[in-house]
Design a protein around this ligand. Structure first.
Ligand SMILES: Cc1ncc(COP(=O)(O)O)c(C=O)c1O
Length: 402
């Protein structure tokens, strides 16, 4: 017998963004000047009062273990905050705090499906790659639901209904969406809720981590629709709203699953960082002007990047309604530059134009008939956006001629 690694661990997926990032870092280390649009995190510092609350927690000795579900002050603040944003009543006991929103993707799958039992999870494609990798790792069956450019990167509710079987246990929704920036409109949510009412066995994981980054219209959650709150796992957090990615604070709310999620946290992290929990209390209860200013900057950048993308021949980009991602269609640009697909295009952008982006294949299998796409995170300065897009335009022009 030799030491071995489990098939499950070997098959575990990843966020390919991190792989591309490693490639970018190697190029930068070798002296290349790369404009990067890879990272999905705000490029701002966390608000000052949030930083101070973290420091205050340390110096006042509030840095031991906490209850697994989180400190009472944060669960109370989160219940108020999550409830007010969605127009529903949430009790502090419904809330569980975690080390970011990400671990709750696993806890939700682990808590609603059984390993190898054929339980199905429907999830958006293109989508956050961790959904599929966690569905597979926990022995459930991944059932992709395709997002359509013609629908503003929402899915067709009829396609959702077609994918539901008696084995469907969980539906993952993400709005505003990574990677397309698409949002589910109130009409989309009504249509989804109408379907779900016919299938009472299906839980909903509402990944609403970008809830404060809605640019067109206002944020709406499926949890606010009749009969939906009970079965919806609301997932939000501090990472994107208050630029707190490394602080690791995620917030979920669901009355039935809160004690279950709490047991998972006890079994894994014990609790989220105590220090970060106090910072999160300040983020949720304190002034919102810094969060609002960040949102306004993202909106300004969205308008800039979408305009510059649409000026490049062969590239067309819809106006993303939220988050900080642009998802242009580059099918024609691939043809013009002799690139076989979006991944070949991405590689040439990196090596020849000095611009790092991600390709659609980093967000699940390509959607049949939807063409080629690449993803920009515009969580970077206007100057970088202008420089990066200038370099892409020059590359497309020159590669098209040759
Ligand atoms: C769609 C989506 N869900 C969840 C997360 C995880 O966020 P957190 O930093 O709170 O773990 C991300 C982060 O990129 C995301 O894009």
């Amino acid at each position: 017998m030799t030491l071995s690694i489990s098939r499950r661990a070997n098959a575990l997926g990843t966020e390919t963004a991190f792989v591309v990032l490693a490639e970018v870092n190697r190029l930068v280390a070798s002296g290349r000047d790369i404009v990067s649009f890879c990272i999905g995190q705000p490029d701002f510092p966390a608000p000052e009062h949030v930083q101070k609350a973290g420091i205050e927690a340390i110096v006042s000795g509030r840095h031991g273990y906490t209850p697994s579900a989180g400190i009472a002050e944060l669960r109370e603040a989160a219940a108020r905050y999550l409830g007010e944003m969605r127009g529903i009543a949430i009790e502090p006991d419904d809330v569980v705090v975690g080390a970011g929103a990400k671990p709750f993707i696993a806890y939700a799958i682990l808590s609603t499906t059984d390993y190898g039992a054929g339980d199905e999870v429907i999830y958006p494609v293109p989508g956050f790659p961790i959904y599929e990798s966690q569905i597979v790792a926990h022995g459930a069956v991944p059932v992709p639901l395709y997002l359509r450019e013609s629908r503003g990167f929402a899915f067709d509710p009829n396609e959702l209904e077609d994918r539901i079987t008696p084995r469907t246990r969980l539906l993952i929704l993400n709005s505003p969406q990574n990677p397309t920036g698409g949002i589910l409109t109130p009409a989309d949510l009504e249509a989804i809720a109408a379907i779900l009412r016919r299938h009472p066995q299906i839980w909903v994981y509402a990944d609403e981590i970008y809830s404060r980054l809605v640019f067109d219209g206002s944020f709406s959650s499926i949890a606010a629709l009749p009969e939906m709150q009970e079965r919806t796992i609301i997932s939000d957090g501090c990472s994107k709203t208050w630029a707190m990615t490394g602080w690791r604070i995620g917030l979920t709310a669901n009355r039935t699953l809160a004690p279950v999620f709490t047991r998972w946290v006890t079994n894994t992290d014990s609790c989220a960082s105590h220090i970060s929990q106090w910072a999160a209390v300040a983020a949720l209860n304190g002034p919102q002007d810094a969060a609002q200013a960040m949102r306004d900057r993202f909106l300004e950048r969205r308008d800039l990047i979408v305009r510059l993308l649409n000026e490049i021949p062969g590239i067309s980009c819809q106006n993303p309604g939220g988050a900080f991602y642009a998802w242009p269609n580059v099918t024609e640009a691939c043809r013009m530059t002799g690139c076989a697909d979006s991944e070949a295009f991405r590689k040439r952008l990196l090596h020849e134009a000095g611009v790092a982006v991600l390709a659609d294949i980093h967000f699940g299998s390509r959607v049949p008939g939807e063409g080629q796409h690449i993803r920009f995170s515009y969580a970077t300065s206007n100057a970088n956006i202008e420089r990066g897009l200038r370099q892409i335009a020059a590359f497309v022009e020159q590669a098209s001629r040759s």
